[in-house]
Design a binder for this molecule. Sequence first.
Ligand SMILES: NC(=O)c1ccc[n+]([C@@H]2O[C@H](COP(=O)([O-])OP(=O)(O)OC[C@H]3O[C@@H](n4cnc5c(N)ncnc54)[C@H](OP(=O)(O)O)[C@@H]3O)[C@@H](O)[C@H]2O)c1
Length: 287
Amino acid sequence: MRPDKRGEMLRNTRMIGLRAGTSYGGGMVNRRAVVTGASSGIGEATVRALRAQGWDVVGVARRAERLAVLDEQTGSRSIACDLTDADAVSSLVDELRRTGPVHALVQVAGGARGTDSVEGGSVDDWQWMYDANVLSTQRLVAGLLPLLRLAAQKSGHADTVFVTSTAAQVGYPGGGGYNAAKAAESMLVKVLRQELNGEPIRVVEVAPGLVHTEEFTLNRLRGDRIAAEAVYSGVPEPLLGEDVADVIAYALNAPRRVNLDLVTMRPVAQSAQHLLARGPLQVRTDD
Ligand SMILES: NC(=O)c1ccc[n+]([C@@H]2O[C@H](COP(=O)([O-])OP(=O)(O)OC[C@H]3O[C@@H](n4cnc5c(N)ncnc54)[C@H](OP(=O)(O)O)[C@@H]3O)[C@@H](O)[C@H]2O)c1
């Protein structure tokens, strides 16, 4: 990490760590965030960022063993849950209600399966993508809004942040199932913001372009490690999970009057969804 970046993070941590406390039921408690997708990539980086800033964090994903390591390292207190299973989400909500307030929901979990054409698309893959990205989001919102409202009543406000994608904004060949699912998730978020109008609950959408995480492309390409690495090959500095986590943390820690409706973020090397520079970035000169 660049030394100036580390200094900046420490400064932010000191400043924001104070803000993570809130008055709740007469006493001071930390603000508590539920972060899904916590077992890898952007979600894991978000757990680390929020813990470093003094938030209490509940990480959620299916793989309990990875969550246990994260808890050990960061002091988060995670709960394993398959968000495509309605009963499991109900149990998660019960557990959260029992264990403390929920001031923020950060919905990161989701993903892509396959790069088939629309004509050749697998219905199973498309169904999984709709379930994992859209219906899981709806289940979480429906389950957690009562808890978020309770926290907002007691502490003044609550937050929701959703990680969609630039794939929600622009389609590309082979992206059909993922484009459709992320666009649907993005629309759900826009509707939710309007439905909550008048309540002190922020609704933030973060739409990243290419992020080099360990598993996203690997899962999409069904474990083909060589093909997955080729996606990032030669791209000068794709985004990292930490970059997205920084934006999420900013959105949560910003003054409560500020709602970042939609943050679209890409690597400098990706000036549009389909326009990816490979090889080092270079200043063009006339000679
Ligand atoms: N990487 C990119 O280029 C990129 C770009 C734009 C947007 N995004 C979006 O950002 C989000 C995170 O991406 P990432 O790169 O961090 O991917 P990732 O490393 O593959 O992480 C996905 C996370 O979602 C969890 N998850 C998947 N299905 C789940 C389920 N049924 N129940 C509970 N948790 C589930 C996974 O945990 P378990 O497997 O342990 O359940 C994992 O923690 C996704 O929504 C993705 O669409 C990614």
